[in-house]
Design a protein. Structure first.
Length: 145
């Protein structure tokens, strides 16, 4: 399943191994919501997510997560680029993020009872690909359960 990008932003792809059965539930330009069935009979909801890069439009992303969560009665995983950080330790270089944007991200995770799964292979998932003092790295991609 693929949702095309708009210019240089967005775009989603959901690819799984052949032995995994995936049933699409719904999709739009910023998410793909699916039901995943494993060979051992385990079933869970997986939402591939792309958060709005424009801070003025992030309410749309939060509202979409609320709609998906309202449909989920069992386990759920949400993974993708959230274009948000929880605190300034998830950013290296550049200006600090406003506390309000980090609080909004934390609040939606708390409201939806989503838990951040910490990575063990490196912390930062995005870089601006510059060098020296202009280099910025952030942890924008994550999995939530």
């Amino acid at each position: 399943m693929v949702v095309s990008s708009e210019g240089k932003s967005g775009g989603l792809a959901l690819m799984l191994r052949e032995e995994v059965k995936v049933t699409m539930q719904n999709y739009f330009k910023y998410h793909i919501h699916s039901l995943v069935s494993l060979d051992d009979g385990e079933v869970f909801r997986f939402t591939r997510f792309y958060g709005q890069a424009n801070p003025n439009l992030r309410k749309e992303s939060r509202d979409m997560l609320r709609r998906v969560k309202s449909m989920v009665k069992d386990g759920q995983i949400v993974g993708g680029d959230f274009n948000a950080i929880l605190n300034n330790t998830e950013k290296d270089g550049g200006r600090k993020k406003p506390r309000s944007s980090m609080d909004e991200f934390y609040d939606i995770l708390d409201e939806l009872s989503l838990v951040d799964v910490k990575t063990c292979n490196g912390w930062f998932t995005w870089t601006n690909n510059r060098e020296g003092p202009d280099l910025i790295k952030e942890r924008l991609d994550r999995f939530l359960i």
